[in-house]
Design a protein around this ligand. Sequence first.
Ligand SMILES: Nc1ncnc2c1ncn2[C@@H]1O[C@H](COP(=O)(O)OP(=O)(O)O)[C@@H](O)[C@H]1O
Ligand SMILES: [Mg+2]
Length: 323
Amino acid sequence: MSEIYVIHENPSWLAPLAEALSAEALPWTEWFMHNGSFDLAAPPPEGVFYNRMSASSHTRDHRFSAELTAGVLAWLKRWGRIVVNGPAALDLEISKVRQYAALEASGLRTPRTIMVAGRDQIVPAAFAHFAGEPVILKPNRGGKGLGVQLFHTLEGLKEHVESDSYIEPVDGIQLLQTYVRAPRPVVTRAEFTGRRFTYAVEVDTSEGFELCPADVCAIGELACPVGKVSGKPVHKFTIVEGIDARLRSQLEAFLERAGVDVAGIEFIIGEDGQPLVYDVNTNTNYNPEAEARAGIAGTPRSGMGALSAYLGRRLAEPRSRAA
Ligand SMILES: Nc1ncnc2c1ncn2[C@@H]1O[C@H](COP(=O)(O)OP(=O)(O)O)[C@@H](O)[C@H]1O
Ligand SMILES: [Mg+2]
């Protein structure tokens, strides 16, 4: 029987999707991508393959899951299978540098970024490009905000890079990036399903910038739905009606051009009022508390509701059953 195959490496991120797929009574199965063997000469099963491999998989002791998935996706494509978030999506998921190239090629602006390989190259590059400015250090292969740090001075950056707490990025590439000051202390993550806008969530960054719009609070994070600023409760994640229409169509065009089907795209509105896009997440999670407050939890307008409906439509395509 033709089914939906969910390619992933993190069981706790799978639970909300499992619930939504089951609610739609869609046949599905999981492919846990940590180890295993694949006969490349044999055809894969019939169905729709949905890739949810995450850039942060290496932080869960799955160092080679992304590499294994790249091979599996190539095999699926070679056999003509329908793949949602195929090789092009994985390619962007694991490299911010490649994200930025693709975003800029679609006319979207990204923060000024210097790519650095080599621990001893970071400080000289920072002095050459960010003298007198705050700077952000982030790994090229990111996820969950891990390793993303803001330095107000380059002396602070130097101290960190020379310290024992410095962590070498998994692909050897660090990014030095302009710290975007947002007049309104929010970042926005716009969610897209089937390359179309689903909704956006605003993340309050007044407590600190190192937040991750979905992942921090997305899964069973009922413990942290509400933060506190000066003792006052503040909702960190708020679903907003929409985003600027021009930006929305530019982001949809970017997904079309890049061949990415499902994504959460993060941007900040800078001091000049223009959006700067800094993160494309192809393995997207949704914030259940914000969805509940917006009255869309468990409906087709929720993130997982829209996603499972989309996967169901792809499964109904004749090609998913063709030999
Ligand atoms: N250039 C920047 N200026 C200001 N804040 C930033 C910038 N880059 C990242 N951030 C903040 O840090 C968080 C994590 O960075 P991000 O690039 O999304 O890394 P990750 O891929 O780990 O999610 C963002 O959600 C945002 O709040
Ligand atoms: Mg992010």
